[in-house]
Design a protein around this ligand. Structure first.
Ligand code: PMP
Length: 424
């Protein structure tokens, strides 16, 4: 089949599913032929400044020489081998780098294939831990409204019950406890009452609860909400008090996105289990990690049990190799200046939109800029307008946001924020 840009689109429409899309009335998609630095090049030659970093993972930009080299060097040795009964240097090198970055105590690492699976693994770790300790009634989870943890079944069961897909799959999903969304904003005074609802759930049901799962500081796909660091500190305290594990899902926030290497560090807390993904490979390949402590690992393995998970592509050597190269760039610390600059520039560009009649809120934290609108947007229509402006920005619900690569130049950040101003 000779795929011209035109018949590629026709073929795609006919046969290929896109995220959250319909096959019977698919929305417009744009063919990309190349990606370089912070730019996507479309088949018709247009170049777009990418404000999304491919769903928040390509933090060093596209076609990065060091990341490319890591993969091609590794390819010469092996693309993949099973991890059951075998091990390899790329996995060990990666875990060594992670241990140098992670909060102390988190030093048992399970490498899996995607963010959602890292969350499944975290949940299974928590469940198996309590089983191992003989506390068999501790099988439920607690989370907060407005969260997002992935699209697989267990992950979906702790996504926001309204904006998640609970209504579609209600009868199949395990029922967990949902506390109110952390209402105190990141940058205003803390209302200690905001965690009372969650505290009450823990107090009343601790005997049935295995873990609390939460996105630290930034709730991403559930509405791009930034909450107060004291909430997270209080949550750690409550989990200890009621003997419940704390799972922090750092898949979106990890590796500098919020201005700290990990968002947990805003509150100086260490979770019992942490999920990592997205930027782990600099956005090159799919890889995730679920990290836990010796205490949890020992509980899981009480009674001679193994941890019951083992995907085919666990610790894929190509993905581990590129993750090593990505973490080497992170370890230079350059991201700190880049993210701080971006935060300042996003504020300058987006703050004036507070006055706009259809805007409810503007918030910026690290390399994340959010414009919350009164009404949900027409995604396809706005998408087209952003492309006309020479940028790639994909809104959802009533949120227009930017989560670009850290390497963006000031004029590229300005182009993104100006595009939002123009489109609005
Ligand atoms: N957790 C969080 C916080 C996420 O933002 C995402 C993805 N947006 C996931 C989990 C799921 O990751 P993946 O899409 O790689 O399965």
């Amino acid at each position: 089949m000779d795929l011209t840009p035109d018949n590629l689109l026709a073929f795609d429409r006919e046969h290929i599913w896109h995220p959250y899309a319909s096959m019977s009335s698919p929305r417009e998609v744009y063919p990309v032929v190349r990606a370089q630095g912070a730019e996507l090049e479309l088949a018709d030659g247009r170049r777009l400044i990418d404000g999304m970093s491919s769903w928040w993972c390509a933090v060093h930009g596209y076609n990065h020489p060091a990341l490319n080299k890591a993969i091609t060097d590794q390819l010469a040795d092996m693309a993949h081998v099973m991890f059951g009964g075998l091990t390899h240097r790329p996995a060990a090198e990666l875990v060594d780098r992670l241990l140098k970055m992670l909060p102390q105590g988190l030093d048992k690492v399970f490498l899996s294939d995607s963010g959602s699976i890292a969350v499944e693994v975290a949940i299974k770790m928590a469940l198996q831990y309590w089983q191992g300790l003989g506390r068999k009634s501790k099988t439920r989870l607690v989370t907060v409204r407005g969260g997002y943890h992935g699209d697989t079944m267990a992950a979906m069961s702790v996504c926001d019950p309204i904006s998640g897909m609970h209504s579609l799959f209600a009868d199949m999903l395990p029922k967990h406890y949902f506390a109110e969304r952390p209402s105190s904003r990141f940058d205003s005074d803390y209302d200690s009452g905001s965690i009372a609802n969650l505290g009450k759930i823990l107090k009343n049901h601790a005997g049935n609860i295995a873990a609390v799962i939460i996105e630290p500081i930034v709730q991403g796909a559930g509405g791009m909400w930034f909450y107060h660091r004291q909430y997270l500190a209080d949550l750690r305290r409550l989990c200890d008090k009621y003997d419940v594990l704390l799972i922090c899902d750092e898949i979106a926030t990890g590796f500098g996105r919020t201005g700290k290497l990990f968002a947990c560090q805003w509150a100086d807390i260490v979770p019992d289990i942490m999920c990592l993904g997205k930027a782990l490979t600099g956005g090159y390949m799919t890889l995730a990690a679920t990290v836990t402590t010796m205490k949890v690992a020992e509980g899981i393995s009480a009674n001679g049990m193994g941890f019951m998970h083992g995907p085919t592509f666990m610790a894929n050597p190509l993905a581990c190799a590129v993750a090593c190269a990505s973490l080497d760039i992170i370890a230079t610390g350059k991201w700190q200046q880049q993210v701080a600059n971006m935060e300042g520039r996003l504020r300058v560009g987006l703050d004036p939109l507070r006055e706009h009649e259809s805007v409810v809120d503007v918030r910026v934290l690290g390399a994340i800029g959010v414009v919350e609108l009164q009404e949900p947007v027409k995604v396809a229509e706005l998408q087209g307008k952003f492309v006309e402006q020479g940028v790639w920005v994909r809104p959802f619900s009533n949120i227009i946001y930017l989560m670009p690569a850290y390497i963006l130049r000031t004029q590229d950040i300005d182009k993104l924020t100006n595009a939002i101003v123009n489109v609005l």
